[in-house]
Ligand binder design. Structure first.
Ligand SMILES: Cc1cc2nc3c(=O)[nH]c(=O)nc-3n(C[C@H](O)[C@H](O)[C@H](O)COP(=O)(O)O)c2cc1C
Length: 313
């Protein structure tokens, strides 16, 4: 079974990926949060720093592009090819209001004619540069039944992998994924499929196995792997339990890595707060200490509560 780490903008950056890969591993591919090329600049210095192979050693990384302009996509793709990448991903799933208003991400899905032209252009480019392009999509923008036409469109392109997050734009990341539409894709898609959405536990994965006629493999997880970093090990049968010593090492490494590159204290603490919003579920009964820790404005306060939470396990 293959497991892909989903991109989460603001969280799964190169610091997070390197730390995760060193301490946990068992991830077959990491997808980088999107880069959004504009006519003026295909890849900003900040985006470049995150995806440069130098900062992602030993990691099987797939950069992701978010755009509805094929010229911008191709310019960024050429740049990524020069950096050494032979596989990139197109984002057709981002539900954010500002992104969709510009016809990008999930906002590109209803524009089926423009989408076909865009895919024509980028797959012609892909052939010339020997580049593999995968697609990460939702079911549709307004209605999940848009997916039937989208599958027909995707079937006419050499999509390296089609990652399906079975929700529509207005679902954002809430509610049950509409798994019956992934079942439809399993029967009708010519592209290799990857399932993505709400895999938080081994039980969630087992439920997927019993839902579909054929096993979904690979699968992609984002919030599940962040919330329980040992999920990949558990899904692959390497372990059955969460190892809290390992978790502590993961926490401490991330915390120190962020301290090395960010200041003042509060900026690092904002980063940690975001991570703890996922980790809280691992620490039942420690809500009060976590709440106090999340209010910390200085390292000393944070350290006091963090060590209380992380040592007494
Ligand atoms: C905070 C946040 C940031 C995200 N950023 C990206 C992104 O940059 N590119 C992308 O394709 N998906 C992005 N996603 C969507 C995730 O990759 C994934 O599809 C979604 O969380 C559902 O999978 P999960 O239930 O395994 O987390 C983001 C989701 C969240 C919650």
């Amino acid at each position: 079974m293959k497991i892909y780490f989903a991109p989460l903008e603001g969280i799964t950056n190169h610091i997070f990926r390197n730390t995760y890969n060193e301490i946990y591993g068992h991830i077959d591919k990491y997808f980088a949060p999107f880069i959004s090329p504009s006519g003026k600049c295909p890849i900003t210095p900040r985006e470049r720093k995150d995806i440069t192979p130098e900062n992602n050693q030993g990691i099987n990384l797939v950069p992701q592009i978010l755009t509805c302009r094929s010229d911008c996509f191709i310019e960024a793709a050429r740049d990524l090819h020069e950096m050494g990448y032979s596989e990139i991903n197109l984002n057709l799933g981002c539900p954010s209001g500002t992104v969709c208003a510009k016809g990008k991400g999930a906002g590109f899905l209803p524009e089926t004619l423009a989408l076909q032209k865009f895919l024509d252009d980028i797959y012609s480019y892909a052939e010339s540069d020997n580049m593999k392009i995968s697609v990460k999509t939702r079911l549709g923008y307004f209605n999940p039944d848009e997916f039937y036409d989208l599958v027909d469109i995707f079937n006419s392109f050499p999509i390296h992998e089609l990652i399906v997050h079975p929700r529509i734009r207005s679902d954002f990341y809430k509610g049950e994924p509409r798994k019956e539409y992934f079942a439809y894709a399993l029967e009708h898609s010519k592209c290799p499929l990857v399932y993505n959405g709400n895999i938080f536990t081994c039980k969630d994965y087992d439920e997927l196995l019993s839902t579909f006629k054929s096993d979904p493999d690979p699968i992609m997880s984002g919030r599940g792997l962040i919330s329980d970093p040992s999920l990949a090990e558990k899904l692959k049968g390497v372990t059955t339990k969460t190892d809290f010593m390992k978790f502590r090492k993961f926490h401490d490494t991330l915390y120190h890595e962020y301290q090395n590159i960010m200041s003042p204290d509060i900026n690092v603490l904002y980063k940690m707060r975001e991570l703890w919003s996922y980790w809280q579920t691992l620490f039942e009964g420690k809500d009060k200490d976590i709440k106090r820790m999340l209010k910390a404005k200085k390292y000393e306060e944070y350290d006091e509560y963090a060590s209380r939470i992380l040592t007494d396990l």
